[in-house]
Structures are given as C-alpha cells and as structure tokens.
Design a protein around this ligand. Structure first.
Ligand code: SF4
Length: 325
C-alpha cells in the first residue's frame, strides 16, 4: 500500500522559559505541541483547528521543518525528514510550501510581482530567464491574474489579489504539500469564498494536499476533508469533516461548533459551552487538559489523561466519556 504523503508521529515542541538578567535560570517549559500524530493523504485537505495558542501553527512549522521538533518523527513521501539538513533539506523545501495569513506582510513591497514569483524559481535553479518569465505568466493565470500584473507592486493590489499572489508564489516550485496558515482570515468575508474556491480548484487541477490551519470552523466546513481539533498542544479529536460536524464526540469540539454563528437567530442552542480561559501551556492542567473548562468533568478527568482512541471508523476522540458511551 502507498504511504501517506505526510505522516507525523508523537511530534512535540517544548520551549524552555528562563528568567533573570545576568544568569537566566530555567523556570519552566512551554509545551507548545505535545505528542501530536496524524497523517495526510495525497490530494487531501486536513484542517488543524483550535483557539489561538493551541499549537496548530507550531505544528505546521514543525512539519515544514522551520522549527526543530523536541520529540517525534515526520515522514514525507515515505522519507524520514525529521532531522534532514543541508542540501536534502533545501530540496525538500521545494516539495512543501506555505501560504501565510497576511498576504501584505509576506510580500516584499520593493519587488514587482514578477520578481516575487521568479525568486523561488531562481533559488531552486529552475529554468533559464525566458522559461522563468513564461512560468510567471502561467502562475498569474493559474490564480486568476493577468500577465501584465507581473510589472506591478504588491501595494497596487487588493487584499484578495495579494493572497492570490501569495498562492502563486507557493505554487511556483510545484510543491506536493501546501500549508495554508489561516489563508483567508485577514480577508473580507466577501473575498474569503473566492480565495477558498481558488484553493479548491487548484487542488483538483494540480493534485495538491493542504494542511489547512484555521480557527474559523465555518471556513473549515467548506474546505476540509478531515478535521483535527487541537487544545493546549494536543489533538483531542480527529474525524472526517462530515462526521465531525454531525457527531462531535469531544466536549471541546462541541464548544467550538456551538460558537459558529447560525443563520437563524431564533434557533436555540442546547449545547453546554465551555467557560473560562485557556490555561497556560506552561502549566497545563493534570489529567484531561480540558477539565478546567469542561461542562462534563468528573473526578477521573482531574487525575487521568484520556488517550486519543477510535470511537468509529476514522474517528478518534480523547475523552473519558467515550468509555461510558
Ligand atoms: Fe471533559 Fe473529562 Fe472528557 Fe476531558 S475527559 S473532555 S474533562 S469529560
């Protein structure tokens, strides 16, 4: 059987917290990502969702090897890339790209769009000048822009157009995986759908896989094949999208779903919603990390961490309630 495009096993990233001016002392550890495992198939979109600070963006940067893991392994296209360095790592960068949240901040304002799109081709030594120019025109066409846009600067474009340029730049080197880090959350709602539709269209045409980082479940419902829900550095539920939205098993997932605005304001919510703030990742609660906010907490939750276990085909959840179902 063909290996998944991406396989992540027990991935963690911990940061030492030091205090003191002259001789800084280690006073704690932030567990930004703590034992995360998942896989991504070719042509699939896996959404990583959760509140700000849950570890989803750090997970994406670990996968891209922009951040070194503390523990765990990452396999990409069947190859262990966990500690890849030097030339092999440089070549790997061609196969994995990222689309950033803020298209304006991620585009160099002093470069024309043509130069921005040509840069990765030069870095990876792809084609001569004439071929690169042709590729720039092709990329602009792929994302719904015109060849003459190559002469313009980022500030001459709208937010949606700038994000199209960011997507074109990611596509330039023909990657297999694109990490989409909140790619539409900085855009007007009216533009979000256009960019999401573009990403879906490109996926169909080019066979891309997306690791889609988002806090907005309404967008995820549209774009994802599967969804992994993260809380305080860990995955607490993972399932095919339709299953997760129709039959969420983890109380935190239910809280996130209950927070999606509904078109009918008269329809009542009957889902208990978690209260309080997310605890510090420097001192995550013992037992189930969600127990300080969970409306269903029982004594066992305070002492024993629930494992992420199957509750149905392809559907895993980490909650003691599953034992009682
Ligand atoms: Fe809530 Fe307990 Fe389940 Fe954690 S294990 S989500 S505290 S019921």
């Amino acid at each position: 059987m063909r290996a998944p495009l991406l396989e992540v096993e027990n991935l963690s990233r911990h940061y030492a917290v030091r205090r003191g001016l002259l001789i800084p002392k280690r006073v704690g550890t932030v567990r930004a990502v703590d034992g995360v495992s998942f896989s991504l198939e070719r042509g699939e979109t896996l959404a990583l969702v959760g509140e700000s600070g849950c570890g989803k963006s750090t997970t994406a940067r670990l996968v891209l090897r922009l951040v070194e893991p503390t523990t765990g392994t990452i396999h990409f296209q069947g190859e262990d890339i966990t500690s890849m360095q030097g030339e092999p790592l440089r070549k790997l960068r061609r196969r994995m790209q990222i689309v950033f949240q803020d298209p304006f901040a991620s585009l160099n304002p002093r470069m024309t769009v043509g130069a921005i799109l040509e840069e990765p081709l030069i870095v990876h030594d792809l084609g001569d000048a004439a071929r690169r120019r042709a590729r720039v025109a092709e990329l602009l066409g792929l994302v719904g822009l015109a060849p003459f846009h190559a002469q313009r600067y980022p500030h001459e474009f709208s937010g949606g157009q700038r994000q199209r340029i960011g997507i074109a730049r990611a596509l330039a080197v023909e990657p297999a995986l694109i990490v989409c880090d909140e790619p539409v959350s900085a855009l007007d709602v009216s533009i979000q759908a256009q960019v999401v539709n573009l990403l879906e269209d490109l996926q169909r045409r080019l066979g891309l896989s997306y690791l889609f980082i988002a806090h907005d479940l309404a967008v995820v419902k549209h774009v994802a094949d599967r969804v992994a829900v993260m809380y305080l550095g860990q995955i607490v539920e993972i399932a095919p999208k339709d299953t997760l939205f129709a039959d969420p098993r983890h109380p935190y997932t239910r809280t996130l779903l209950a927070a999606i605005p509904r078109p009918d304001p008269h329809r009542e919510r009957n889902e208990p919603v978690a209260g309080g703030d997310v605890p510090s990742p420097m001192a995550p609660p013992d037992g189930c990390r969600f127990h300080t906010r969970c409306p269903f907490v029982v004594e066992r939750c305070r002492r024993e961490a629930p494992a992420l276990l199957p509750v149905a085909s392809g559907h895993l959840s980490a909650c003691h309630l599953n034992d009682m179902a």
